[in-house]
Design a protein around this ligand. Structure first.
Ligand SMILES: [Zn+2]
Length: 135
């Protein structure tokens, strides 16, 4: 068996999401490798079929990358990477109702994140940390 050099840290439906995380990881000194982003950019409908845009990091950086993910996943961003604003009070502290508490829940969070990217689930995804308004 070959030694596993790269570990997958995340999958994203859109490459714009993937690059937000990539930029953050790189700013923390973690080398990031993106797979399948060109395929998806040329045909977004392929994204689900091939499992989305995938981010890989070196095995030695994996735990650090997961930790960074859990930190930046705390507040939700839209497709352009801007923090989602509460429509009630305007605070940019919208949280996905699924919150990340540990490594294990990070993966279920990422999964639910992908699932909730479907329009049908888009309505009540967020809760404002400031006024508790759900939207
Ligand atoms: Zn609010």
């Amino acid at each position: 068996m070959e030694e596993k050099i790269f570990n997958k840290v995340g999958e994203f439906q859109y490459s714009s999401e993937a690059f937000i995380y990539k930029a953050k990881l790189e700013s923390e000194g973690v080398a990031v490798f993106v797979r399948d982003n060109h395929t998806i950019d040329s045909d977004p409908f392929l994204s689900n079929a091939i499992g989305g845009v995938k981010l890989f990091v070196k095995a030695e950086d994996y735990e650090k990358a997961v930790k960074i993910f859990s930190e930046i996943s705390k507040f939700s961003v839209d497709d352009e990477g801007k923090l989602i604003k509460c429509p009630n009070c305007g605070t940019e502290k919208a949280q996905l109702l699924t919150t990340v508490k540990n490594f294990k829940s990070l993966f279920s969070f990422l999964f639910s994140f992908l699932v909730m990217a479907l329009p049908i689930y888009n309505k009540y995804n967020y809760k404002c940390e400031n006024c508790n308004f759900e939207f």
